[in-house]
Write a protein that binds this ligand. Sequence first.
Ligand code: MN
Length: 397
Amino acid sequence: MRVLHTSDWHLGQNFMGKSRVDEHQAFLSKLLHIINEKQIDVLLVSGDIFDTGTPPNYALELYYNFLKELSNIKTLLATIMTAGNHDSISTLKAPKQLLEVLNVHVITTGDADENNIIPIYKNEALASIVCAVPFLREGVIRASLGGETISQKEQLANSGIKAYYENCYTKALELKNNKQIPIIAMGHLTTVGSRSSQSERDIYIGGTIDIGGDYLASMFDYVALGHLHINQIVGNNQHVRYSGSPIPLSFSESKNTQKVNLVTFEENRMDIEELEIPLFRKLIVIKGDGETIKRELTQIEDKNCWIEVHIKDDNPMAANAEIREFASKSELTLLALKIDKSEKQLKSNELQVMSLDELSVEQVFERRLELEELEDKEFEKELLLNFKQVVSKVQSL
Ligand SMILES: [Mn+2]
């Protein structure tokens, strides 16, 4: 029994105005290759299939074309996909019944209507059971518990998630009926002892939900997690793992190695292998003064890469202009240019140069308003208030 575990594809991600379609295409081709070559029985995708609730059409096309290709692989018994916090329930759910025909199970909410305890049959014998747990939204968690107090909300969410997993495990045990087969769980959440990166949004506002790797480890034979983008083992539990995302999703992830996990169950043995996914495009972060950055830019031969620079220079305006000009001449793609204050500036605090992506929409307006040097402070307040109202109207469209 060979299981391939991946997650956090974020298809359709808009990366500072750039599309990731080529990178995703390269990854999905590689994935098909691995499934064929390693004769995978079950493919697990633990959430965040798409980057947003309304994925662009090219992302849907990628997804469906990939599923079509999967259906041509006769050795593959089943594909199980769960919704992550980025996914829209309705987008994933719409083709659910059609996909079942292709042995693709899509689990979106994990509520009572969805049968998320999935038996896998190989040569007509029960070979494994997968508890396909998606990102658990509040309603589903609350349904597995009674009562609620605001101060204990976080604790309740924790016990709600625990209760949910216990429930799944009990159902799986019944189905297992004392056979010697592995029970696998999927999940989309943070767990104790795991590392995170900048591009993962907190699951719940105001705190960290943490049901702990040890807890999951005590029940299941393998836990295929998603949500954190770095491939990792949770604490000391070799069989509780994050696959990580197959492409770096932010510049903060540029130093990660992208992987998928291959889990092999044989007799009573389990073997886990991390398979590296080659980078289609490199993300590069360069920090330093104008001269240092220019020097490092000269050394970049791969014109396909995307670059973020952090300028720490006594004359950031000049450095900024020089670096931009240099990058465009050398046909390098500079996606973000940030200005860090140099020691000298921190002392004198004279000129403050900031890049737009460090400021909120309101801050930009406030800065602009300052330039007007208005005498009438009430009028200024009124302008700001009107502006905020317009912004919130635009954002709610
Ligand atoms: Mn994610």
